[in-house]
Design a protein around this ligand. Structure first.
Ligand code: FE2
Length: 379
């Protein structure tokens, strides 16, 4: 994207964001899914995640099973219920598979809970200590948009594989990694007129500041529209763009998400790579499906973004999008929804100096998404 003020805003944010909630990074993302064993296999075989940890009947957990997979700094926890009824089943029944917990790595989970709940955050878990022979982890948590939770994870006194209650999971089948490094940002979709409310939540309760904003005039196509603001914590490690639908000639893709997810939730997880060509080539070879990018997108691309290091023919062959801001450029690509419902998807991103989010690509992206919506009859 091309706001001239991006770097200024980034500098300002460091001053503005009150760091009463210092965040060290994303600890893990937990998805509630219908079949955790098969989901884990998908993330291993298609996405190159490595098996890490497991809990279930064999570890004394009677009502659920969780598989943990990791790739560099990214950890996914895939959880399914083992018994009828209860909150996990209700979540899956209502939302389909989706992100339940965005867990944040902190130095002090008790203080994180106190600071956020005293500012109006609604508690979902009072600070609790979990211990095993490898040490102790302190967990606490608050509610965010929809039925999504933020769990604060303090693990400075823990040396185990993941967390007390889990054991190492080391199946014989493994697949090579694809070069995914860390979570760059995670986007939430919220309902009509709710974007500002949730941006205020991140500002007031979690001390985040707004990074970039654009309105529906910036991001609208003939049929669809949305509004979006990016909230970031003080050190910039955690960035949460928040989208809400806007009026267009036909149904907004955000509204389609809200309809199928039955409310607000995580729309996409952007994962960073140092070599998007290699990463996307590997993902495609293993069956990950990406949004189609029209060939004419590349016709005037170099006029828009200037000189790039990569071979444009290769980017075009893989459908990789390019955008720039005043600090550099970025390469990105979006998958189709990875679940049965048209809800959550992934973004692959490689930053070459740019610290923005690809605003210049939104229109091209949305037109591509709309072609998919049209095929589903939900446009
Ligand atoms: Fe994104």
């Amino acid at each position: 994207m091309t706001t001239d003020t991006t770097s200024l805003q980034l500098e300002k944010i460091v001053e503005e964001a009150e760091d009463f909630l210092p965040l060290l990074g994303t600890d893990h993302v937990e998805l509630y899914v219908g079949n955790a064993k098969q989901a884990a296999h998908y993330y291993i075989s298609a996405w190159g995640f490595q098996p890490l940890a497991y809990c279930g009947l064999e570890t004394g957990v009677k009502d659920r099973v969780s598989y943990v997979v990791e790739q560099d700094k990214i950890r996914l926890v895939l959880t399914s219920p083992l018994v009828p009824g209860g909150p996990i089943n209700e979540h899956i029944n209502k939302h389909g598979d989706g992100v339940k917990v965005v867990a944040l790595w902190v130095d002090d989970a008790t203080k994180s809970w106190e600071e956020t709940t005293s500012r109006g955050g609604e508690s979902c878990m009072k600070p609790e200590v979990r211990e095993d022979k490898d040490g102790k982890v302190v967990l606490s948590g608050i509610h965010t948009y929809g039925e999504t939770l933020h769990v604060f994870v303090e693990r400075k006194n823990y040396n185990g594989i993941f967390m007390p209650g889990y054991r190492a999971w080391n199946p014989s089948y493994k697949a090579p990694e694809v070069g995914l490094k860390f979570i760059d940002h995670m986007v939430g979709n919220v309902g009509w007129n709710e974007m500002n409310k949730w941006c205020e939540f991140y500002a007031k309760v979690m001390g985040f500041a707004q990074l970039v904003s654009f309105d529906d005039k910036d991001i609208s196509t003939d049929y669809t529209a949305l509004m979006s603001k990016v909230m970031s914590n003080g050190n910039g490690r955690i960035k949460f763009p928040i989208n809400e639908p806007a009026v267009g000639r036909k149904k907004s893709q955000i509204e389609e998400y809200i309809d199928f997810y039955n409310g607000a939730g995580v729309q996409h997880i952007a994962v960073a790579t140092d070599n998007i060509v290699e990463t996307v080539t590997a993902l495609k070879a293993r069956g990950v499906e990406f949004l189609y990018v029209p060939e004419n997108y590349y016709d005037d691309i170099l006029e828009r973004v200037g000189k790039i290091d990569e071979d444009l023919a290769l980017l075009k062959a893989l459908g990789i999008l390019i955008d720039k801001d005043d600090e550099g450029y970025l390469l990105q690509l979006f998958t189709k929804p990875v679940l049965d419902r048209p809800t959550m998807f992934f973004e692959i991103i490689q930053r070459k100096g740019a610290r923005s989010f690809g605003k210049g690509n939104f229109k091209a992206l949305f037109e591509a998404i709309e072609r998919e919506q049209e095929a589903r009859g939900t446009l």
